[in-house]
Design a protein around this ligand. Structure first.
Ligand code: FMN
Length: 205
């Protein structure tokens, strides 16, 4: 079998890797580029065309206030006020990217499309942000932490009990090696072996 011809879009999808915010430098995507990246997210597969994803852009001037809220949220979930300072330091370290985007799933429980399918769609949209950033040459990293489960923090974003905070996307220019781990190529090969099979009509594998 001959190998398929190189395709720049597939190459981009195959080569995406996460890079932690601590390995990012300025510049962040420009506003026009951010519009392209978040525009790509709008093309997520979307049962019922509900657009169940939500994104909020957080600018560096807002970071200190944002870290305060994230740390308070995580601390409430953990139920141990003594952890606030540690949580804040952790978020400060993790989320020191040139730009942050909060990603969430806003679920329409009155709609016939099952909530879990709406969550899948929002997850797909979030992945498109990561892929869109990579396609434009930027690094991206999605992180969460306990704060995503805090009802009060969710409410501050207009999210209710049925909605889900997916996480926080660090965006910036790659400026470091990242944490040791499999390369994108290794991840693709390993993933193909572990996660893909031919369906068998006899029920086995
Ligand atoms: C919903 C979600 C939340 C995540 N939260 C974290 C996190 O809090 N901390 C972390 O190190 N990685 C987190 N990750 C994983 C990283 O974003 C990343 O995918 C992982 O480090 C693997 O790197 P790769 O994307 O290059 O394969 C999360 C991933 C998802 C999908």
């Amino acid at each position: 079998m001959t190998a398929p011809a190189a395709n720049p879009i597939i190459d981009s999808l195959l080569s995406r890797n996460s890079l932690a915010g601590s390995f990012m430098a300025a510049p962040a995507p420009s506003d026009d580029e951010l519009k392209q990246i978040l525009g790509a997210a709008q093309r997520a597969s979307d049962h019922g065309r509900l657009r169940p994803w939500r994104f909020w852009v957080v600018r560096p001037a807002q970071y200190e206030a944002f870290y305060d809220q994230l740390a308070a949220a995580a601390t409430r979930v953990q139920g141990d006020p003594a952890r606030y300072d540690m949580n804040r330091d952790k978020y400060r370290l993790t989320a020191r990217a040139p730009l942050l985007v909060v990603a969430a799933a806003k679920i329409n429980t009155a709609h016939k499309v099952a909530p879990i399918e709406q969550v899948f769609a929002a997850g797909g949209a979030t992945q498109l942000v990561l892929n869109g950033a990579h396609a434009l040459g930027y690094a991206a990293f999605l992180f969460s932490g306990a704060g995503v489960f805090d009802p009060q923090f969710k409410a501050s974003l207009g999210l209710g009990a049925d909605d889900h905070l997916i996480g926080f996307i660090c965006l910036g220019t790659p400026a470091g090696p990242g944490k040791p781990g499999p390369s994108a190529a290794e991840a693709v090969q390993g993933g193909l072996t572990q996660t893909v099979a031919q369906w068998s009509d006899s029920g086995g594998i």
